[in-house]
Design a protein around this ligand. Structure first.
Ligand code: GDP
Length: 363
């Protein structure tokens, strides 16, 4: 499942947002670890297609795709210097797929800003600097070991390449650049450094926590988008997000629309997270359950089967596939088959978003 680490300065609304996003009792039962770790929340991705499938198949259960949010303590300037304290905080997000930076734009004078005033560009710079410093520390610590491995395995080309990549990465970071943009630009094969779990290799998503009246300010939004481009920006009001989870679906939609919004913060984050990481969803449906599964955009049918169970991938024979739209138009699986809309696809088939699938596999 997609996992997103939440970082930001203190008092920008991280906890408020995290609590709003993860207030979901129903899912917690299916993902026990989510209730053990107080800073980890597993959240269902809103997907209206699932409700439709549940209706068509009269499914007993509806199981959405999930996003795992990991909340960490606020990062302050100099966090990475404090006896590895910063790194300890950051350890929680080493395993995540993407990093979500929460940036404060709301003005509330009753909530102190650690640096005195609202300044998105400065705050982004502070956080990015700390992440860069954390990566530099990781590299500094790892390089002697990597160099030794390269010396003792002088014929192992990979080991030599890893050292070269680590040194090149150090240079990029020393220039004050994140590896996600600076690495490829400098021709570094970042996959060589995978075991180090570097933070600035991960894509960033920026969440601007705005006042309600700022949400409708297109000029401000354009300015902030530009500030973080080509990374994606999400705009929300964390306080409103906290209210949304208390409402039923219709009421929540009404509240969002009254502020000129079409999606909840969670829906925005899931959408942007999927797009940023090149992910898509396919669906399975039957009387037992209707369910959404997360796969890479270029995943083949056997790879998609592997997300359900590795045995399904190994024993893959065929996939019976109908697109969600065709299925809905036909009204039932039977009618879709009669209309010739259900295809048998083999192991080379590349999955599409919204494919409704049944896999045939051998034992
Ligand atoms: P964190 O330190 O980043 O986790 O920040 P918190 O979520 O604890 O929020 C700090 C304070 O700001 C709390 O008093 C929140 O109620 C308030 N706050 C959070 N988000 C908003 C917002 O969107 N608007 C306003 N006005 N206050 C907010």
């Amino acid at each position: 499942s997609l996992s997103i680490g939440i970082v930001g300065l203190p008092n920008v609304g991280k906890s408020t947002l995290f609590n709003a996003l993860t207030k979901n009792e129903a899912l917690a039962a299916n993902y026990p670890f989510a209730t053990i770790e107080p800073n980890i929340g597993v959240v269902g991705v809103p997907d209206p297609r699932l409700g439709t499938l549940t209706g068509i198949f009269n499914s007993a259960k509806t199981i959405p795709a999930t996003v795992t949010f990991v909340d960490i303590a606020g990062i302050v300037r100099g966090a990475s210097e404090g006896e590895g304290l910063g790194n300890q905080f950051l350890a929680n997000i080493r395993e995540t797929d993407a990093i979500c930076q929460v940036i404060r734009e709301f003005r509330d004078p009753d909530v102190t800003h650690v640096d005195g005033d609202i300044n998105a560009a400065r705050d982004i710079e502070t956080i990015n600097t700390e992440l860069i410093l954390a990566d530099l520390q990781t590299l500094e610590k790892a390089l002697p070991r990597l160099a030794k491995e390269a010396r003792t395995n002088a014929k192992d080309k990979d080991k030599q390449q890893i050292v070269a990549a680590a040194e090149a990465a150090q240079k990029v970071l020393n220039d004050g650049r994140a590896l996600s943009s600076g690495g490829p630009a400098a021709g570094i094969d970042l996959s060589l450094l995978r075991e180090l779990n570097l933070l600035t290799v991960k894509p960033f998503i920026y969440v601007f926590n705005l006042d309600t009246d700022e949400l409708a300010d297109d000029e401000l939004r354009a300015k902030l988008s530009e500030l973080v481009a080509p990374s994606e920006a999400v705009f929300l009001d964390a306080k409103i997000e906290a209210d949304l989870v208390e409402l039923d679906e219709d009421e929540a939609m009404e509240l969002l629309e009254s502020m000129g919004q079409t999606e909840s913060g969670l829906a925005q984050l899931a959408r942007v997270g999927f797009a940023t990481l090149g992910l898509q969803t396919y669906l399975t449906a039957g009387p037992k359950e209707s369910r959404a599964w997360t796969i890479k955009k270029d995943a083949t049918a056997p790879e998609a089967a592997g997300v359900i169970h590795t045995d399904f991938q190994r024993g893959f024979i065929k996939a019976e596939i109908v697109s969600f739209d065709d299925l809905v138009e036909a009204g039932s699986m039977q009618a879709a088959k009669a209309a010739g809309k259900v295809r048998m696809e083999g192991k080379d088939y590349v999955m599409h978003d919204g494919d409704v699938v049944e896999f045939r596999h051998g034992g």
